[in-house]
Design a protein around this ligand. Sequence first.
Ligand SMILES: O=C[C@H](O)COP(=O)(O)O
Length: 329
Amino acid sequence: MSLKAVEMPHAAEEHKRNPGFDLDLGWLRHVRMNRSALERRAATIGTRRSVKKQWQAAWLLHAITNIDLTTLNGDDSKGRVERLCAKARQPVRTDILTALGVEDLGITPGAVCVYHNFVADAVAALEGTNIPVAAVSTGFPAGLTPLATRIAEIEASVKAGAKEIDIVIERHQVLTQDWQGLYDQVKAFRAACGEAHLKTILGTGELATQTNVAKASLVCMMAGADFIKTSTGKEKVNADLVTSLSMIRMIRWFHEETGIEIGYKPAGGISKAKDAITYLAMMKDELGNQWLSPHLFRFGASSLLNDIERQLEHNVTGRYAADYRQPLV
Ligand SMILES: O=C[C@H](O)COP(=O)(O)O
């Protein structure tokens, strides 16, 4: 099998960061999302092309590079975080990689994502790799601790070695259309991040409308977000394709107006390899190939990698799952 045509991107690839812009309420007034139109479009994603067998493994290997390998549980421990980091170092069994002929590609996930208290343990466990540690800071998952506490939390996570900070916004600011309040907070979070990249979690399942999702996305990008992310994984409704379309269309619009490429991170409930391929197809169709790179696209996921590894094993043993004959090239 040849996997040469699929470029394996490097997580540390140089990329122009979002410098942030003024809050433009006039632009915000033009933002409207039509849920039925989004639903119609979402229903077509992944249905127009079929992935040939030999490309399935390539797409899945690529998807691994997009994963923020995550553990965010109340019973997390140093041992669990170290096991997760060991998995990040070797995300797929060597015998599977050898059978695929890709043992030399050095495939690793986009980041390891943990609570602040485990950042130092993760950094130590990943020493000698180029896998960054991402921290969920700012009172995750509700984001309702005092602002000064949240800013101090970001600073502490950066000091402990986090290269990426996933913050949560205050959902009520969106529900009451307090765009200035949201902008000011995200701008303060961006300043506290310094060189660390800022991902803004919107908690989309709690934002009531797709227009709210789109407006919150835009405000976060104006305030300097490097990524916009759907969910904490703790809301009742987490990532889905309809919400993803609202967000990535705002990424497209922001890029058209400013020239700045913002990353997208769907998170929560994405656990199947075939869903990963559907998301990649959506990114490719809506934003183009460059948005498949880990510096512009991540899955926030705790169990997706396990399913991808299982599917790769099926692939090398020639047992192709029927529902796996899916979209793409
Ligand atoms: O940001 C990542 C999510 O918390 C992970 O959610 P998951 O456990 O449903 O994959």
